[in-house]
Design a protein around this ligand. Structure first.
Ligand SMILES: C[S@@+](CC[C@H](N)C(=O)[O-])C[C@H]1O[C@@H](n2cnc3c(N)ncnc32)[C@H](O)[C@@H]1O
Length: 216
């Protein structure tokens, strides 16, 4: 069976029900809290989240920021976010349909990004080094990167075994990659622990790290 990276069709299909899963909403809330506590977003900052999905983290961070550009490859995920923006009358969140890795992203805010974040998207990106270099290029000097994702896992976290993903990350290895891409002051903390029955039917705990780093 063929496995593929980042199936936007798969995310399109789950978009309408995405927020109905309490495990996801709770994870996003905890990640957003950890980002606020650790990376300290400010009202002067132009920010970008890549892989924003339905905007669970984006919308929690938006009140702390001047603007946040929300990038995703799934049209349907962004449609869910757009609905929330309209219902809530939010003015500082700008959704953009783009592949952060493969497209030339020149959205509204990326001329002077102070802050880039992501939640549970890194493991969907095939070439992490290329991504980190791109993110470094998008940030101003003094800009901050904050990414939350799975620590190295047993390969059974995802219910769909045909999805091609990284099975989490070793923190020291990711730290080296961040430093190679030009980041400094790399720091990790555990933001949350997901408890779920995995694909093999076993109850398991999956720690989620938050890594923050500075573009000097
Ligand atoms: C596991 S979901 C996480 C969604 C959201 N951040 C959350 O915490 O609920 C990963 C998201 O990343 C998006 N994505 C994957 N690869 C991407 C890329 N190269 N550029 C932009 N978005 C991407 C997917 O469409 C999906 O919405």
């Amino acid at each position: 069976m063929t496995t593929i990276w980042n199936s936007s069709e798969r995310f399109d299909r789950s978009a309408a029900q995405w927020d109905e899963n309490p495990r996801r909403t709770s994870l996003a809330a905890n990640i957003a809290n950890a980002i606020v506590e650790t990376a300290k977003p400010r009202a002067s900052m132009q920010a970008m989240e890549f892989g924003c999905g339905t905007g669970l983290v984006t919308l929690a961070l938006a009140p702390y920021l001047q603007t946040i550009t929300a990038i995703d490859t799934s049209e349907e995920m962004l449609a869910q976010l757009q609905k929330k923006i309209e219902t809530l009358g939010i003015r500082n969140v700008h959704p953009i349909l783009a592949d952060l890795v493969h497209d030339t992203v020149s959205p509204l805010a990326t001329e002077s990004l102070d802050f880039i974040c992501s939640s549970m998207t890194l493991h969907h990106i095939a070439d992490i080094s290329a991504l980190l270099s791109k993110l470094n290029g998008l940030l101003i000097c003094g800009g901050i990167l904050a990414m939350a994702d799975l620590d190295r896992e047993d390969g059974l976290f995802h219910d769909d075994g045909t999805e091609k993903v990284h099975h989490g990350f070793e923190r020291p290895e990711l730290q080296n990659m961040l430093e190679d891409a030009g980041f400094r002051n790399v720091s990790f903390r555990t933001a949350y622990e997901i408890k779920k029955t995995n694909r093999a039917g076993r109850d398991a705990t999956y720690p989620i790290f938050l890594v923050t780093a500075l573009k000097p």
